[in-house]
Design a protein around this ligand. Structure first.
Ligand SMILES: [Zn+2]
Length: 393
């Protein structure tokens, strides 16, 4: 073993404490950006709290008082940051050493050879990117809840005991907690579940939009004016890692339990495969949009194959690690499986219709819009006509 190789291996060993420091640094820098660019001008503040509790969790808290400056806070958990990092390490090892045994499945899905997926990626580069992507996505999801005032929306649309008037009177601090995705203690009515699920998917959408813009910004060499082929390669690679990280975060939140789709919303959170599939749809469309806008003109088929390959690998990793191997044959693993599933079609029909009503309210109370293109707020969940037809026919 050469000295250089020894160094490389040592650099891969990172303590939990070091992971927590990395996590706090990256989140603090994002928090400051949000405060300087948005909250300062609204007279409000975005705070971040870190919890020592050993939970995979995140929370968004807001006063829900729309007449006062936004008083928003996000609670993150050290244990969650550590888990995301370790999942990145485990996924890399799995893809590098054991994914090959699924080559038949890859062939069936027309995704090529599984082994070449991370062939150009060093483990340390992959794991760090996975970690930052997963953590940023999680933080972005909480910001999505806050910027769209989902605690207000949930009360306004379904809590008749504390029915708010449309002017947004003050109320006590409301919290939105992600751990409810894996805890069944919270009993919701059918109506509440629908509103909860719609707002979860809307927060996912806001987070994915933000992360895609960040990925594009980071991929471009600082001095260059034009987005080069090298920049595009970097963007694709980082988006692949981001897609894997977002999938693992969703699986982790769901806990180690079966992931079968229902025909109507149950509990507080949508099931992970549906969220993953919807995210992938948005990620592929987003990359296609950037490819055209940046003059790269990569085909949708090529983008799709690349991203799907990453997400399928992350899904196989998760299912092999925590579920019965038979689940690999259930159809739930495959992208397109959820869309083609009759239960999920009915489910998405309910979501699409409800969002049409909620969207208007969210639009009217949203106090800052990080991603505007023309008159369109790209952070707001959007279903195009083809998508709507697919789920409401
Ligand atoms: Zn959420």
């Amino acid at each position: 073993m050469t000295i250089d190789t020894t160094k490389k291996i040592e650099s891969l060993i990172i303590t939990d404490q070091e992971i927590c420091t990395l996590a706090m640094d990256v989140i603090e820098s994002i928090r400051q950006d949000f405060n300087n660019v948005y909250y300062k001008f609204l007279g409000g503040e975005l705070k971040v709290l870190w919890s020592n509790q050993n939970k995979f969790n995140a929370k968004a808290s807001s006063s829900g008082d729309l007449k006062s400056p936004p008083d928003h806070s996000v609670t993150l958990y050290y244990a969650t940051a550590i888990r995301i990092y370790r999942d990145g390490e485990d996924l890399y090892d799995f893809v590098s050493s054991r994914l090959n045994k699924y080559s038949d499945l890859f062939e069936k899905l027309n995704l090529g050879e599984p082994s070449c997926l991370f062939k150009d990626l060093e483990k340390e580069h992959f794991v760090k990117n996975f970690f930052f992507s997963g953590l940023t996505y999680l933080f972005g999801h909480e910001i999505g809840h806050l910027v769209q005032e989902h605690s207000y929306i949930r009360r306004f649309f379904c809590d008749s005991d504390r029915n708010l008037n449309a002017s947004g009177e003050a109320s006590e601090i409301e919290e939105i907690e992600e751990i409810e995705a894996s805890a069944s203690s919270k009993q919701l009515t059918r109506r509440q579940s629908l509103i909860w699920h719609v707002t979860e998917l809307a927060a996912d959408h806001e987070a994915i939009t933000w992360c895609l813009f960040e990925l594009v910004r980071q991929a471009q060499e600082e001095e260059s004016i034009k987005f080069s082929q090298d920049d595009w390669h970097r963007l694709k690679e980082n988006t692949l890692i981001f897609s894997c990280a977002a999938s693992c975060v969703h699986f982790r939140f769901n806990g180690v339990k079966a992931v079968y789709p229902d025909e109507f919303p149950i509990g507080t959170h949508p099931h992970p495969m549906l969220r993953i599939e919807k995210n992938v749809f948005q990620i592929i469309s987003g990359l296609e949009f950037f490819s055209t806008a940046l003059g790269i003109n990569s085909s949708k088929a090529e983008i799709s194959k690349y991203i799907n390959k990453g997400v399928i690998s992350a899904n196989i990793f998760w299912i092999e690690k925590y579920f019965d191997k038979n689940d690999l044959d259930s159809g739930l693993l495959m992208l397109g499986g959820v869309i083609n599933n009759e239960n999920t079609k009915k489910y998405m029909g309910l979501i699409v219709n409800e969002w049409e009503i909620i969207r208007e309210c969210v639009e009217s109370i949203k106090r800052y819009k990080p991603f505007n293109a023309g008159n369109q707020d790209l952070g707001l969940m959007f279903f195009d006509e083809n998508f709507k037809k697919e789920f409401t026919k």
